[in-house]
Design a protein around this ligand. Sequence first.
Ligand SMILES: [Zn+2]
Length: 144
Amino acid sequence: MSWEKVGRDGKLLRWYDVMEVEKYEYTVGPAGEQFFNGLKQNKIIGSKCPKCGKVFVPARLYCEECFIKIENYVEIDANEVYVDSYTIIYKDDEGNKLQNPVYIALIRFKNAKGGLLCYADGNVRPGAKAKIVSFDWPLKVKVD
Ligand SMILES: [Zn+2]
């Protein structure tokens, strides 16, 4: 990994590094904890801004519109799910052709901002109604 940027004084700032780890672990944070604990109960948890009323999925700690902290978590109607966009994976990480292509969809929820990437099955297409069939992470959806 490297990063270069011309500083204000005209000198070139540089930082070079070698990533020697194969795996990272991140904490999910307070809002992420609400979201992932919700998944354990087969619920989609979002957060609702107290100022503008926008609901974000997955739950987040700050409203991107009002720049204020959100501490109000709400359950999202998991029956109002649709496919926003999708991609198809034909090869594994090693470049070997998969026996069956894997569909990855960005799903969104009615009256909520944001979305979730998940495995998708069925007639996957933009705008199609989807049903969450597994709340284990990553989610799995069946598209009508
Ligand atoms: Zn807001």
